[in-house]
Design a protein around this ligand. Structure first.
Ligand code: GH3
Ligand code: MG
Ligand code: MG
Length: 329
């Protein structure tokens, strides 16, 4: 392996067993201020590639230990970014080699003898494309991170309030068009202020994480969404779900939280952490607002709290208003 370094420049790996060819190419590339590394066969090429991660690899089709095509395939298989361009060097008019180069995944090919003006353009273009691709991958990753930050609640890893509102709005309009019922359950951990006061905020955080997971384990249909609605409040959106199904889910959630058996010596209703739930089911009216179902579920939650907590209530007012239409269908 032979390597030269120049300022702030891209590294090109030349893989060729002919010393003269390597030397000639090195000179031409260095004139363009590329850094250059050399490998005399396929095995060395893979080692150098793994160590130095060049921006471009030039591989001669004829190598002593493996042919250039096999070398190219192996280089691409160890390339984690999957976007280091490989330029195959083939003999002139050798269409079979050109076809093989493309088959094994080479980005492009050049033909010997070296015609530098043409090679120069390809080297530059491939490096530019590769850089652009890497920038796009990095930007896309950052965007994904940002989307995750906005849509996932950091503490509990369920959907965020923002995602909840977007999704409820979407499902509200969808169910209005299809005339199908939409259910919403609002859950609120009982006496959670007192829990924090008794066990500390950190324990409170751990408790919220465990409760979020328990709710998520119950709500499993792909279209359902569990979100953190507020501090110790969770919301469950259940599209295409009627009252009977939604009450069954609400009952299961209350039971699951009780079954976690998280001790709470200062709770006024139990020796363990409990939650109350309010649910509402509705067939949305076209041109109406999803705030209706939130207000209805909130009212039911208030009733569950007033009824002694550790239970669920359904907002019957809303149900009778909307379910008449549903039943007539
Ligand atoms: P209720 O049974 O009426 O719901 O009583 P409560 O004490 O649960 O209700 P309240 O609204 O008085 O208190 C909610 C508590 O939830 C207060 C707040 O410190 C706690 N809380 C909210 N968000 C978090 C959080 O992210 N972590 C922890 N540990 N506590 C939180
Ligand atoms: Mg609350
Ligand atoms: Mg509470």
């Amino acid at each position: 392996m032979k390597t030269t370094y120049q300022r702030n420049q891209f590294l090109v790996l030349i893989v060729d067993n002919e010393v003269f060819s390597r030397k000639e190419l090195r000179l031409l590339l260095e004139q363009e201020e590329y850094r250059v590394a050399e490998a005399k066969d396929g095995t060395e090429a893979i080692n150098v590639f793994e160590q130095l991660r060049p921006e471009l690899v030039l591989v001669d089709a004829i190598l002593p230990d493996m042919d250039g095509f096999e070398c190219c395939a192996k280089l691409l298989s160890v390339d984690e970014s999957k976007y280091t361009p490989v330029l195959m060097i083939t003999a002139v008019e050798d269409t079979e080699s050109v076809d093989r180069a493309i088959e094994v995944g080479a980005t492009d090919y050049v033909t010997k003898p070296i015609h530098w003006p043409g090679w120069r353009q390809r080297v530059r273009r491939l490096i530019e494309q590769s850089q652009l691709h890497q920038k796009l991958v990095a930007a896309n990753y950052e965007l994904q991170q940002l989307v995750t930050t906005v849509t996932i609640d950091f503490l509990t890893q369920v959907a965020s309030r923002r995602r909840f509102e977007d999704y409820l709005s979407f499902e509200w309009h969808r169910q209005a068009c299809s005339r199908q019922p939409l259910s919403l359950i609002l859950c609120d951990v009982d006496f959670f202020k007192s829990y924090n006061d008794t066990y500390g905020h950190q324990s409170g955080d751990r408790c919220l994480k465990v409760i979020a997971k328990a709710i998520k384990d119950i709500v499993q249909r792909p279209a359902d969404l569990v979100a953190r609605y507020g501090g110790e409040e969770f919301a469950v959106i259940l599209p295409n779900t009627d009252t009977t199904e939604a009450t069954y889910i609400a009952e299961k959630i209350c039971f699951a939280v009780r079954s976690l058996v998280i001790p709470d010596i200062n709770s006024q209703v139990s020796s363990r952490v409990t939650l109350s739930a309010g649910l509402a089911t509705v067939i949305p009216e076209p041109d109406s607002n999803f705030e209706h179902i939130i207000a209805a579920a909130d009212k039911a939650l208030y009733q569950a709290k007033a009824a002694g907590r550790d239970c669920w209530k359904h907002n019957n007012l809303l149900e009778s208003r909307f379910s008449k239409r549903y039943c007539q269908k």
